[in-house]
Ligand binder design. Structure first.
Ligand SMILES: *[C@@H]1O[C@H](CO)[C@@H](O)[C@H](O)[C@H]1NC(C)=O
Ligand SMILES: *[C@@H]1O[C@H](CO)[C@@H](O)[C@H](O)[C@H]1NC(C)=O
Ligand SMILES: [Cu+2]
Length: 332
């Protein structure tokens, strides 16, 4: 006979394993990347992230097919520029950016010796604790530097003050700086009630629109400059901290009903003409639209996410589980 406490222990173990039907970490992922808020990193961890980020900016291109790309940072920006009229205002907006964040994290680790994970900028916490420019992410030493100055709005402090971006859409390449124009008013979109409204939505087709509208737009609009541009935004390193934060919100939404939301996707797979016109972008190339893996006009789990060859193509199905083999991460 089993003593009662052994039976209870067994029942608890069975209950726990039923609650975790998805094994994590997934195949191909031995230990999850622990993604933390910038505010919770030590100065040493912050300095290490900044060092690795600067390493990407001086690392030679890894694909080598992008005309005018002088380094890996340019190549990363190019995949966002080239697909900018395709990866926004669509159902694959959140999955594509999840994969971009992972791509960036993996490059830091594999090519630049970074041993940490991708941090995120906890915007709602910073919004509630003071003005935008006082966020610890904008520190001139242990952060990405602060606001821009002058007509062009170029930043002039922090570790990226000398960074030069090289690529423009349509082959009209030219050198330009990382520009910013802080705006406290639009930072207000980052407020908690806007996030809670999205978390409360039960359908992905409504939730992605909601996260996109205020919580995601806040970081772009409040930063201004390069960050406020739909296609050029990932030229500013704050982009990756911002989008990791957006990705965390989507994961929180997924976790609230994991059984359904590990496979729930939808929304248009091509942005509407109307919305593209409103931001001054042409329709996406047929090479993207015609081979995206979807059967019809909606985003499916079979949709292909492309990083211009910097990382292999994956499907949305492969990035749905944050702890799965492709993304291999957890948020704190
Ligand atoms: C949050 O932001 C929205 C959009 O700007 C605004 O309408 C709302 O009043 C704000 N809520 C709070 C509690 O500040
Ligand atoms: C990856 O996807 C892109 C966009 O659909 C496509 O052009 C490219 O050929 C794919 N690459 C491979 C290796 O399948
Ligand atoms: Cu984007």
């Amino acid at each position: 006979m089993y003593p009662w406490f052994q039976i209870v222990t067994l029942m608890v173990l069975v209950a726990l394993s039923l609650g975790h039907t998805i094994p994590r970490p997934g195949v191909g992922c031995t230990s999850l990347n622990r993604r933390k808020s910038w505010n919770d990193l030590t100065n040493l961890e912050k300095a290490e992230y900044i060092r690795a980020e600067r390493c990407l900016m001086s690392h030679p291109p890894v694909v080598g097919t992008t005309e005018g790309a002088q380094n890996l940072w340019d190549e990363l920006q190019w995949t966002h520029i080239w697909q900018g009229n395709y990866i926004h205002f669509v159902g694959h907006f959140l999955p594509w950016h999840r994969y971009l964040i992972r791509t960036h994290e993996l490059l830091l680790q594999t090519l630049c010796g970074y041993t940490g994970a991708q941090p995120y900028w906890d915007e709602v916490t910073d919004y509630e604790s003071g003005p935008l420019h006082e966020s610890s992410v904008f520190d001139p030493v242990f952060g990405v530097g602060g606001n821009g100055f002058g007509e062009e709005g170029c930043i002039r402090d922090g570790p990226f003050r000398d960074t030069i971006l090289h690529l423009k859409a349509g082959g009209d390449n030219e050198d330009y700086c990382i520009s910013r124009r802080f705006d406290q008013t639009t930072f207000g979109w980052a407020n908690r009630s806007n996030i809670e409204a999205c978390h409360a939505l039960s359908k992905y087709t409504e939730a992605w629109v909601c996260y996109n509208t205020y919580p995601h737009s806040a970081g772009h609009a409040a930063l201004g400059g390069v960050m406020f541009d739909t296609i050029y935004s990932n030229g500013d390193p704050i982009f990756y901290l911002h989008h990791a934060y957006v990705d965390r919100m989507w994961w929180q939404w997924q976790q609230a009903d994991l059984a359904n939301r590990l496979t729930e996707i939808g929304g248009p797979n091509v942005p509407s003409q109307e919305v593209l016109q409103s931001v001054g972008l042409p329709p996406p190339s047929s090479t993207l639209v015609d081979y995206n893996g979807d059967e019809g006009d909606t985003t499916t789990l079979a949709h292909v996410l492309w990083m211009h060859g910097i990382r292999p193509n994956v499907t949305i199905a492969e990035v749905m589980d944050l702890g799965g083999g492709v993304i291999c991460a957890e948020y704190f």
